[in-house]
Design a protein around this ligand. Structure first.
Ligand code: NAD
Ligand code: TYD
Length: 361
């Protein structure tokens, strides 16, 4: 088959990136998809074992901080699209090691922007020829907007007000992407999405950590009073939104992506406990007994909630599954993939977990 586009997807071995790579490789056999990933603790090629023999898929183990290697990728593959997901993504880690987040999330993003600018100048020439417009798509988070009170939603006009080192680094990278659009005319698009959940989610984030801990009969560490609110979206719905924004979004625009699906942490944890007990054949209340309130996360944002009206109106995107359906699919996936869970919770990750919670829970 003739290749019509070449797209670099960074962070493709991570949680969301692996779903985006899978979607693009299977839906667009005419595209060449180059997965660029450093394989940090959060990246795992097992996440892509079902598609890694496809002829339109290439893996490149490259750290986006390595400018010579990033240049090589742009020279060698002449991409006309970049979908940038590579990042340090965990708020708790950012509190312990903020510089790692500055390096990858800010400097790594600018390295990619520089190469896209070099390859695609003068804009809007495309290395793939007539008819294909190059595009740099930066995947970001709703956490850049800061925290909401009891009411209201983040819109695309909400002022940036990041509080954690993670969200500060993502906000900074968003600003650089816009600056390259405004200063150099780089064709960019950005989306800011709410909390994702689903298969291949690394078990340091709330939902997969708690599934893992229930399976291992370990305490479930709920931060603070547990009344913090997040807006949850099934990861495959985020991937379809990314497909829409990449192909149909307008240059220079931002699109908020969310599930209109707010949950207070403690309510979500209780639902998860109930579903897990049902699936595992436990007596009701077995997993609830593992809930342990622990010291709060410093700078913890009280509430996130996305107004996803713009992407719905302009691009016709909406989530395909309810939270109850998505959560049931997710639990079933973790129960069926015990080997994956065991593999990713061994080694370096286990050390991190013990250091952070060893004395608390
Ligand atoms: P993840 O931590 O699961 O995966 C990140 C991937 O990036 C890993 O495969 C890792 O190996 C790779 N990576 C990290 N540093 C790298 C470097 N220097 N060079 C090359 N590769 C590197 O993250 P995720 O949850 O899949 O998030 C993906 C993106 O989506 C991030 O940009 C994140 O900010 C954003 N996002 C995440 C969520 C969420 O709920 N997880 C919500 C909104 C936006
Ligand atoms: P997390 O999954 O880390 O995502 P984010 O911080 O990016 O929103 O956390 C989701 C919510 O769950 C957040 O309010 C922090 C809380 N949380 C806990 O209460 N206990 C935990 O062990 C973790 C990881 C998170």
């Amino acid at each position: 088959m003739t290749t019509t586009r070449t797209i670099l997807i960074t962070g493709g071995a991570g949680f969301i990136g692996s779903h985006v790579v899978r979607l693009f490789v299977t839906k667009y056999p005419q595209y060449r998809i180059v997965n660029v990933d450093a394989l940090t603790y959060a990246g795992n090629l097992e996440n892509l074992s079902d598609i890694d023999d496809r002829p339109n898929y290439v893996f490149e183990k490259v750290n986006i901080l390595d400018t010579a290697e990033v240049k090589r990728l742009f020279d060698q593959y002449q991409p006309d699209g970049v979908i940038h997901l590579a990042a340090e993504s965990h708020v708790d880690r950012s509190i312990h090691s903020p510089l790692d987040f500055v390096y990858t999330n800010v400097i790594g993003t600018v390295n990619l922007l520089n190469e896209a600018k070099r390859l695609w100048s003068p804009h809007p020439a495309s290395p793939q020829g007539e008819g294909v417009s190059p595009r740099f798509y930066h995947v970001s988070t709703d956490e850049v907007y800061g925290a909401l009170g009891e009411t209201g939603f983040f819109t695309e006009e909400t002022k940036y007000d990041p509080h954690s080192p993670y969200s500060a680094s993502k906000a900074s990278s968003d600003h650089f992407v816009r600056a390259y659009h405004d200063t150099y005319g780089l064709p960019v698009v950005i989306s800011n999405c709410s909390n994702n959940y689903g298969p291949f989610h690394f078990p340091e984030k709330l939902i997969p950590l708690f599934i893992n801990n229930i399976l291992e009969k370990k305490p479930l560490p709920v931060y603070g009073d547990g009344l913090y609110t997040r807006d949850w979206l099934f990861v495959k719905d985020h991937a379809t939104a990314i497909d829409k924004v990449f192909h149909e979004g307008k240059n220079g625009m931002t699109y908020n992506i969310g599930g209109f699906n707010e949950w207070k942490n403690i309510d979500l944890v209780k639902l998860l406990c109930k579903l897990m007990d049902e699936k595992l054949g436990n007596a009701p209340g077995t997993s609830d007994a593992l809930i342990t309130y622990v010291k709060d996360r410093p700078g913890h944002d009280r509430r996130y909630a996305i107004d996803a009206g713009k992407i719905n109106r302009e691009l016709g995107w909406k989530p395909s599954v309810t939270f109850e359906e998505g959560l049931a699919l997710t639990i079933d996936w973790y129960l069926a993939n015990a080997v994956w869970l065991r593999n990713v919770t061994s080694g370096e990750y286990q050390g991190y977990y013990d250091r952070q919670y060893g004395g608390v829970v």
